[in-house]
Design a protein around this ligand. Structure first.
Ligand code: TIU
Length: 222
């Protein structure tokens, strides 16, 4: 077993059973004109996560370790979009409406794709998910089992929504989950800080947290 120094204590992992999960680094959340902005958010806040996420992704690629990307999006016919999700709140454009990057949060549209800075490489997994969590109504669980993974490193947006939801789902399924604190961002800095505290409190009730340089250093040593 190898070790990454983390909060609330060292994260121990099997170098043959660790994978990187990149949550929803999509244009719809990260760029103007997409879903995030229609909800009233300043999407520029998320961009700080890009350089650390690039370093983390590169480290996994160099090490030849598995990478799984997710995208929150819906089928063009909206058959996987609950009315409760479409009608929630008061966005300027709803899911499925036409926007400057194509239809909002719809599979195959430019806005639903991953930003060029973090675009998946050949051989990496890409999962389209209709919910906030990556396990609901997807093949994520089967992919993790097929790869034999036991420990997961998480990056992505937004910290307290899709990242935290997926970490909680993974934790309940028996995975050790480590959040890369500078490779995740929220539209609400206070929520990001609180999410990290919630995850690591009570002896790591949901998981662990460490910054990218520490994680990459731990991978190199492992
Ligand atoms: N709105 C918000 O903060 N997030 C989402 O709707 N989805 C994800 O976090 N991916």
């Amino acid at each position: 077993m190898a070790v990454i120094s983390a909060q609330p204590f060292d994260f121990t992992y099997d170098p043959k059973a660790i994978g990187l999960v990149m949550i929803d680094f999509q244009r719809d959340f990260m760029e103007p004109g997409g879903f995030g902005e229609t909800l009233g958010n300043d999407v520029s806040l998320l961009r700080a996560a890009i350089p650390p996420a690039q370093r983390l992704l590169q480290a996994f690629r160099v090490a030849g370790l598995p990478v799984i990307h997710t995208r929150e999006c819906h089928k063009p016919d909206l058959s996987d979009l609950p009315e409760a999700k479409r009608s929630r709140g008061n966005p300027s454009l709803r899911i499925g409406d036409d926007g400057p990057m194509g239809r909002i949060l719809i599979s195959g549209q430019p806005g639903a794709d991953i930003i060029p800075e973090l675009y998946p490489a050949d051989g990496e997994y890409v999962i389209d998910k209709p919910g906030k969590g990556a396990f609901y109504a997807t093949e994520f669980s089967e992919i993790l089992q097929g790869l034999g993974l036991k420990q997961l490193i998480f990056a992505g947006v937004t910290t307290e929504v899709c990242v935290q939801t997926t970490m909680r789902e993974a934790n309940d399924r028996g995975y050790d989950c480590l959040l890369a604190t500078d490779a995740t961002e929220s539209y609400f800095p206070a929520f990001k800080a609180s999410a990290i505290q919630m995850i690591t409190a009570q002896g790591g009730i949901v998981g662990w947290a460490a910054d990218v340089d520490t994680i990459v250093g731990g991978l190199d040593a492992g």
